[in-house]
Design a protein around this ligand. Sequence first.
Ligand SMILES: *Cc1c(COP(=O)(O)O)cnc(C)c1O
Length: 432
Amino acid sequence: MNWMDFEAAHVWHPYASMLHPVPAYPVKRAEGVYLELETGHRLVDGMASWWCAIHGYNVPELNAAIEKQLHEMAHVMFGGLTHRPAADLARKLLEISPANMNHVFFTDSGSVAVEVAIKMALQYWQAQGNTGKNRLLTIRGGYHGDTFGAMSVCDPVSGMHHLFSGLLAEQLFADAPATRMDEAWNESQIQSFAAMIEQHQHEIAAVILEPLVQGAGGMHFYAPEFLRRVRTLCDKYDVLLICDEIATGFGRTGTMFACEQSGIQPDIMCIGKALTGGYMTLAATLCSGRVCDGIHADSGSEQSGVLMHGPTFMANPLACAVALASIELLLDSPWQTRVTAIAQQLEQQLADCRKFDAVADVRIRGAIGVIEMRQPVDVARVQKTLIEQGVWLRPFGKLLYTMPPFVITPEQLSRVTAAMSLVCAQLAQHDI
Ligand SMILES: *Cc1c(COP(=O)(O)O)cnc(C)c1O
């Protein structure tokens, strides 16, 4: 059996059936913004490997950082040991994150960073002797990962709640604000959230949400004013605010972190995805001095003042080294100009898709372009068209969307938008 047939028969893919798999295309290597397939196809990557590869692939600076670290040590346990890559990365993260962020907890994936954020919030209130505050409030349409704590705050309809009902913690869901980023703020957008937090303040440990851009829960954008109101309400009712910046962090929406556009500071912040420039799996949960002090307030019990988490591969040195190199590369690049240029080009070249009946909405925010169809798309067939056009995108549900590497050239991005437009035209003609 050749390796591809073996793989198809034995290896699971994300959100996939082993019995009726959709095709997985074999990648031989990746360079710049291109994925090179075993079949000889060369595809412009419009997905940046799920938000991660902001500098593209096979980046000399990032390769060098890993190689250098590899010759020192690939990994050592973080319990009772420490190392320079973790310290240097933490220092850099605290430099670029909101001013009140003061402590860093490294984890190995975004979902686990969310679990740790939830744990921090729950332990914070426990340490205050307030055991009543043990639920989370979020907004509908969110996505925070696939582990159980994270799943409990994903959108209850598009998420996996129906599969695991009874096993997931029952959290509180307010309506997501319906305003688009470019529309004027409307007071009605905060009503549902304001009513929920007022009514349940005594049982809410924290609010968790994705600032400004809701990713895998439906690619919805909302106004910065909403997040400002959320911050004010959290302060008013003594509730912590967790910003999940795992998708939005590292420049994607035009600022280093999306919450900056609201001028607010979270109490706890999750980062991941583009943290290592797409090289390795690493995430982190940052928190303020207030949260950290609060967790240590209780000295009554044996485990008091101890944050109860510790992944085996915590602060993996290779991942820390490449993350630091990726952030330095980002800071040394004209990333704001690049993100603005990508946004403008997406707006110009996707605007025309609004004319198709099959298209319900076209929305752009930073280096993110989303076409929402009226009906769910046939992923396998749409992907075939895209690949014929030399483009890699991964539609889901009704959404055809792109969040390319920041280093994409205007010509390369035109290929992506042309392929997206072609898919809209074909859907309008019922060709696919
Ligand atoms: C991807 C994502 C996660 C989960 O991260 P993993 O590394 O896949 O576990 C959590 N929150 C948001 C907003 C994400 O986009």
